[in-house]
Design a protein around this ligand. Structure first.
Ligand SMILES: Nc1ncnc2c1ncn2[C@@H]1O[C@H](COP(=O)(O)OP(=O)(O)OP(=O)(O)O)[C@@H](O)[C@H]1O
Length: 311
């Protein structure tokens, strides 16, 4: 379990993390989200003792990371996929880390196999692709068979097979009762991997909820397909109700739930071919939640396309 209590980190005048309190529980995958510069890496670095809190505390299983006698067996971390020396092979990189903890060659072979790098284990890490580097980073994190894993953007650079592999690996590790804390900007992926979500913006906590609770915050729309779409549209008019025509027979309705739409159709004798509730995506809820906290904003892509990049 990771406990972050009233954690504040300042770099000079810049407050990177501002009085953050959150608990990352064992037995589940917790996704850590926030726009660029929100303070995710700072928090993760502080969990493994690479940064010191200005105030507050960050502990793993009740201890300060620096107090662990054999930290690799308590917390595995992937913070930088390019951390291996480029001239070293994956095998010698792992062996050099294993030696610091009295971990044997068998375990090194085991993690190399687990992350699928056996065929390239003796090759220079400098020649590795981003995805291979990520796999090597995961191997390092798993080396000491730790109860807690901290992963900064672990799916970055992985191909679809690698993403699927990562998802299944993390699911399996969480099911064994481990604490998995990962950041990602890939929302659709995160909604498949994570059970719980912690969102920060400008260093402050914005949400701490299960993925389902988080998605329930979004505006749900009811989708209905009917040969009588126009008559149904008239029947549904009311304050706070928005009916959008997707096509001739399809309506998207906000402000009413599906049973109400179904009853209105029945009361008016209108035929329905489809009636369903469409949940907002993780990305939509995230964008709404963090809209006021985004520091580094891009220009509207459509405008750029219309004007030309150099205009
Ligand atoms: N060593 C440092 N010195 C000064 N400012 C820093 C330092 N490290 C981080 N910051 C600042 O603290 C804020 C939080 O940065 P951090 O890297 O934790 O954000 P992040 O959420 O991980 O962002 P990203 O999604 O872009 O990786 C940023 O404004 C960043 O510029």
């Amino acid at each position: 379990m990771i406990e972050i209590q009233n954690f504040t980190k300042r770099y000079g005048k810049k407050t990177a993390v501002d009085n953050l309190t959150a608990t990352v529980k064992p037995g589940q995958v917790t996704g850590f989200l926030g726009p660029n510069g929100a303070g995710k890496s700072t928090t993760m670095r502080s969990i493994i003792g690479l940064d010191t809190p200005t105030s507050g505390s960050v502990t793993v299983d009740g201890q300060d990371y620096r107090d662990f006698r054999a930290p690799l067996t308590e917390v595995g971390a992937l913070l930088d996929a390019k951390a291996a020396h480029p001239g070293r092979s994956a095998y010698s990189h792992l062996m050099s880390i294993a030696r610091t903890h009295g971990i044997g060659r068998d375990r090194v072979d085991e993690v190399i196999d687990l992350v699928g790098l056996t065929a390239v284990a003796k090759k220079r890490a400098g020649g590795f692709s981003l995805g291979m580097g990520q796999r090597l980073g995961i191997a390092v994190a798993l080396l000491g068979d730790p109860k807690t894993l901290i992963l900064d953007e672990p799916v970055n650079g992985l191909d679809p097979e690698g993403v699927k592999w990562m998802r299944e690996l993390l699911r399996g590790l969480a099911d064994q009762g481990r604490t998995i804390f990962l950041s990602s900007h890939l929302m659709s992926e995160l909604s498949l991997i994570a059970d719980h979500i912690i969102v920060i913006g400008q260093g402050r906590l914005l949400a701490d909820a299960s993925v389902n609770e988080f998605l329930d915050q979004g505006a749900n729309a009811v989708r209905v397909v009917s040969p009588d779409a126009q008559r149904l549209k008239s029947a549904l008019q009311g304050p706070d109700v928005t009916v959008t025509e997707v096509d001739k027979e399809t309506l998207s309705i906000t402000g009413l739930d599906a049973p109400v739409v179904g009853r209105a159709a029945a009361a008016n004798g209108l035929v329905l071919h489809e009636l369903s509730t469409e949940k907002s995506s993780l990305e939509e809820v995230f964008m709404n939640l963090t809209a006021g906290t985004v520091e580094y904003k891009s220009q509207d892509a459509t405008k750029i396309a219309q004007q030309g990049v150099s205009a």
